[in-house]
Design a protein around this ligand. Structure first.
Ligand code: KG4
Ligand code: ZN
Length: 366
């Protein structure tokens, strides 16, 4: 009796191994199709990649936060729940594939808002289970960086090791990228992120959320040297933006007490000067890091990398410092699922899958 049970166990084990190896052979024979899912903050996104090439990248934003001047976590997760199925469905249809052709599902495990991450993670787990395909977890910040490896027309990709300055609404990091998943954070913000510095100043000025793109727009007609704001002077490669935010608050309160129309009359100059200070502070540490580590390939990533002054300065300073510079196309700067799918694609090639017991992590580290 005992022996029969053991034989049965071996038989089961053999069947499982056989099933797995059959699956691997099947996967090797076809195109690698990755479905990426991103839901870390206030954008619900799904993307289909075939052999590293983007076939669809659907992003549904959430206007519901506008009236609050920032993301409201509870409202964000509710909106993700409403959006996730239509967004995934549209991504599959736009890519002109059948859901049965998908090789694996890659999803953002963190960092981000827990309620938002739970929606994407739960959806990815259920869909992978239903389709009986592997599940791949992706770190959102690594996704932003690996967006540089999405197939592009010029076939231009950074070489390892390179430094990526990742600037978003939640993070500001200088990352030494030694391999696809071998990354070291050299420095980061100790308080507000660069995107937060943009958004919070915008809120003070009565500019709607997210303020970054609008400050960028108004700054184009302003004088960046008109007003002086402080730049933090931390050791090593860390950043701090909270002092800057306080300084613009006091500056505007003081000016408004003398002239109620100060912001309205000087919006372009205020935006240009404030933006200039953030960008100057970002490059100060980036230049130091590239010189210290003798790095010549330099990339930017994250929502703030859409900023026009940041992009122009990367090119200008890049020439001065003899860098090879890498600027992501606009659609891959702010949160999107194509960056999650490309990271998932490289993990898929390594066979790095996760099980159904995986849970999201709001503070996941690189
Ligand atoms: O990467 P992302 O989409 O979301 C996070 O992971 O946080 O970044 C969003 C941030 C927001 O703070 C937004 O204001 C900022 O990126 N942003 C910009 C620009 N476009 C987006 N900041 C400055 N200039 C822009 N053009
Ligand atoms: Zn992001």
């Amino acid at each position: 009796m005992k022996r029969n049970a053991k034989t049965f166990q071996y038989f089961n084990y053999f069947c499982d191994v056989k099933k797995i190896s059959l699956k691997i052979i099947k996967l090797n024979n076809k195109r690698t199709i990755i479905l990426g899912i991103e839901s870390s903050c206030d954008d619900t996104s799904a993307s289909i990649l075939i052999n590293g090439e983007v076939k669809s990248n659907i992003v549904a934003g959430q206007d519901v936060h506008r009236t609050y001047g920032g993301v409201v976590p509870e409202l964000a997760s509710r909106a993700h729940q409403q959006n996730i199925i239509p967004v995934v469905d549209t991504a599959i249809k736009k890519a002109n594939i059948n859901k049965r052709d998908i090789s694996a599902i890659a999803f953002t495990r963190g960092p981000g808002l827990l309620g938002s991450l739970i929606v994407g993670t739960s959806f990815a787990k259920s869909f992978a289970l239903a389709l009986d395909i592997p599940l791949v977890e992706v770190n959102h910040m690594q996704g932003h960086i690996l967006a540089h490896f999405i197939k592009n027309n010029e076939n231009k990709y950074p070489s390892f090791p390179f430094i990526c300055m990742t600037v978003s609404g939640g993070h500001t990091q200088l990352v030494l990228v030694k391999g696809y998943f071998d990354m070291e954070v050299l420095g980061e913000t100790i308080d507000d992120a660069a995107g937060e510095a943009f958004d919070k100043a915008a809120k003070i000025m009565g500019i709607p959320y997210p303020g970054g793109p609008l400050i960028d727009k108004f700054a184009k007609k302003g004088d960046p040297k008109k007003y002086k704001f402080p730049i933090s002077n931390l050791d090593n490669y860390n950043y701090s933006f909270s002092g800057l935010k306080t300084s613009i608050l006091y500056f505007l309160q003081n000016q408004m007490s003398k002239n109620q129309k100060f912001i309205e009359q000087n919006k372009a100059d205020i935006c240009a000067s404030y933006q200039y200070t953030i960008i100057k502070s970002l490059f100060k540490k980036l230049i130091k890091a590239t010189r210290d580590y003798k790095i010549k390939d330099v990339a930017i990533a994250g929502g703030v990398s859409a900023n026009s002054l940041l992009r122009a300065e990367l090119v200008r300073i890049g020439k001065q410092e003899d860098w090879q510079t890498f600027i992501p196309p606009f659609e891959y700067t702010t949160d999107n699922a194509a960056m999650i799918a490309i990271a998932g694609y490289y993990k898929f090639l390594k066979g790095e899958f996760v099980g159904q017991n995986i849970v999201p992590s709001a503070r996941l580290k690189i």
